[in-house]
Ligand binder design. Structure first.
Ligand SMILES: [Zn+2]
Ligand SMILES: [Zn+2]
Length: 402
């Protein structure tokens, strides 16, 4: 070890850099102190006075004027609401290359210059700002470029979990760019860039954007219902993502009221709470069972008993080739999903309301009309009559994870 330290001293590394290469030894000692102790000890052995270094062959002056660097962070984060932060940094590639070369040659595995820099700067900024350094889900992330003394700040999103009910038909879940112009705005879309003037996403996000001063938003639903289907019952879980918010403090009870007032009669939310990026993954991976009510029109009419029997026969595995209506955006394939139970709720002349409970991913409309034989079996096939779907509502999404 003494030999290795001697090599580093000869190259012209400062106490801090010297100490950092041996950071595995002597816990609770700072890198400069450890380096200084090593240098003093080696000078003693050699009978010399330890040399004071004006500049370092590795770190140059990046660790100097830390308070000035803290000023830069302070400036960059002015006007942004945050309580936790993370620091990342960029270094000249020659510095990193030299560090790697030396540690490989001498077989040393100390802390890296980047990690120490981020730590030192983070501590200093913590002290000045009263904010907390955090690795997990920090509110903002600084990127400090040591080459140009330049700071960039990334504001991380605020995530809000909740459940929504969609009370009217004809609203898509997310913004749907205009098919003609791709979102730029044209005559077809009345220069809105959208196929539909409203979406569940926009109706929910509106008040949050005003409150949190976000730049953009994204919406992550646990699946989605058709545009013409309502979403009733306990609602569908979602995570709303407000990107680059300049404010983060939010009273969710108050927001629930505001959203529900703004989206009145169209969309309703409940159970709002703060969420995370991880939860989006969980929501997307969910295979929750669902309950629907589907309204069909039988042509010609059949007797109630016959209909009930047919519904019983549909329970079980259903083979569905990708429906025609979605085949332009999904691969053509056959998949199998279970229809768990089917129950006749009401029959009035040729119209029937049927409750269907199904495994995630079963296409309910196709289960009724058969999609020209692409779904097997189907109600239409079993009854031997046409079963046109007039309306569909999602009643319940069985997700227990809250
Ligand atoms: Zn140094
Ligand atoms: Zn357009």
């Amino acid at each position: 070890m003494i030999e290795k330290a001697r090599v580093l001293i000869d190259i012209g590394f400062c106490d801090r850099c010297l100490g950092r290469f041996f950071s595995g030894m002597g816990h609770g000692i700072s890198n400069p102190d450890r380096g200084k102790a090593l240098r003093t000890y080696i000078s003693m052995l050699d009978g010399e006075t330890p040399e004071y270094l004006e500049s370092c062959e590795l770190c140059g002056d990046v660790f100097r004027n830390i308070e000035r660097k803290v000023d830069l962070l302070e400036n960059a984060s002015k006007g942004i609401d945050f309580s936790t932060f993370l620091i990342g940094s960029r270094f000249d590639k020659d510095v990193l290359e030299r560090e790697r070369e030396v540690s490989e040659r001498l077989g040393l595995e100390g802390e890296s210059i980047k990690v120490e820099f981020n730590r030192i700067l983070g501590k200093a900024f913590e002290k000045r700002s009263g904010k907390l350094f955090s690795r997990e889900q920090p509110d903002i992330e600084f990127l400090y470029d040591t080459r140009y003394e330049d700071v960039k700040v990334q504001i991380n999103p605020v995530y809000i979990y909740g459940r929504y009910r969609k009370l009217t038909r004809g609203i898509p879940q997310t913004r749907w760019p205009c098919r003609h112009c791709g979102g730029k705005g044209c005559e077809h879309c009345n220069h809105t860039g959208k196929m539909y003037s409203e979406s569940v996403e926009e109706l929910i996000a509106h008040e949050f954007m005003l409150e949190l001063l976000g730049k953009e938003h994204a919406f992550h639903g646990m699946g989605r219902e058709d545009i013409d289907a309502r979403m009733l019952g306990n609602g569908r879980p979602f995570v709303l993502e407000i990107k680059e918010p300049r404010k983060r403090e939010v009273d969710l009870e108050e927001m629930e009221k505001r959203v529900n007032e703004f989206a009145q009669g169209k969309v309703e939310v409940h159970g709002l709470r703060l969420s995370s990026k991880e939860e989006i993954r969980r929501i997307k991976a969910s295979r929750a069972e669902k309950t629907y009510v589907v309204y069909v029109r039988l042509e010609p009419d059949v007797e109630e008993e016959k209909l009930k029997n047919a519904l019983g026969m549909l329970e079980g595995e259903i083979a569905q080739r990708t429906p025609k209506r979605v085949s332009h955006r999904r691969a053509d394939m056959v998949r199998k999903r279970r229809a768990i139970s089917l129950k006749l709720l009401e029959k009035d002349d040729r119209k029937a309301a049927i409750e269907v409970r199904a495994e995630a991913g079963l296409y309910i409309k196709e289960l009724m009309h058969g999609d020209e034989g692409r779904t097997k079996p189907s109600l239409s096939e079993i009854l031997g009559v046409e079963c046109a779907v007039e309306a569909l509502d999602v009643m319940e999404i069985d997700s227990k994870e809250e």
